[in-house]
Design a binder for this molecule. Sequence first.
Ligand SMILES: Nc1ncnc2c1ncn2[C@@H]1O[C@H](COP(=O)(O)OP(=O)(O)O)[C@@H](O)[C@H]1O
Ligand SMILES: CC(C)(COP(=O)(O)O)[C@@H](O)C(=O)NCCC(=O)O
Ligand SMILES: [K+]
Length: 244
Amino acid sequence: MSVESNLLVVDAGNTSIKFTALLGGQVLWVSRGDTYPVDTDFVPDVIYFASVRSKELSALLRADIQAEFPQSQWLTLKSQDYACGVRNAYVEPERLGIDRWLGVIAAHHLVKGDVVIVDAGTAIKVDVVNQAGVHLGGYIAPGLAMMEDALLSKTARIRYEAHEVVAGQGLPNSTARAVTEGCHEMALGFLERIYRRYSTFKWVVTGGDAQRLLDVLGVALECQPNLVALGAKLVGDERLRGDK
Ligand SMILES: Nc1ncnc2c1ncn2[C@@H]1O[C@H](COP(=O)(O)OP(=O)(O)O)[C@@H](O)[C@H]1O
Ligand SMILES: CC(C)(COP(=O)(O)O)[C@@H](O)C(=O)NCCC(=O)O
Ligand SMILES: [K+]
């Protein structure tokens, strides 16, 4: 792929799909939704596809995108034991979520040191990779919406309207605040425990809930909203070079 090719990265998470258009490694635009954006005349030369959805849903999404761009070269990215200078910690490397794998690789190349990656999405993922590019492993915990949904779906009386979710002072004094702030505290407690063990590492955060969650963490961290897409470019470009 030439440096000046139009690249589309499709990052299909369990909540939303992120479509990222790149030219020469620069991000032109990002669209988050369930279908490819209609308000663009961008035609990708190459498409890198990274999906954590089921095989069936991923195949349907692939068919939709390839129908839109039949001429584009297609690469489905999978987690591997080694890529772009990074060694996967998993005993079964292919079972590591591709979003985690790409985030780890991008963070290793961006930070060039010991780094903790927090990806706050449907689930909250934390991965640790050292400056030598060795992925040490990581955690998966429920995302904020998932925690709230669990409380709503498993109880009879935890019910509240969106307008009741307000920022308050002191301990929560409503169902809405008790739930939303309780879930925040759960996630922050999880992250603070990890920070106590890895406070000397650089912290890089991404994912739809990163801003909402991490502003209050009080940790020096680097926000990288396009981390997974950047990792996809590194891995996909290496694969295409290797296929030459
Ligand atoms: N436009 C949006 N659409 C969906 N979720 C969004 C949006 N903006 C922010 N979010 C937040 O991001 C979360 C999803 O984050 P994301 O990283 O896209 O998840 P995933 O990669 O698991 O699909 C949602 O739970 C929501 O709180
Ligand atoms: C943990 C995840 C579901 C997170 O996906 P997301 O929150 O982006 O929807 C995904 O990384 C995944 O399917 N992982 C496979 C299991 C593992 O990583 O061990
Ligand atoms: K994700």
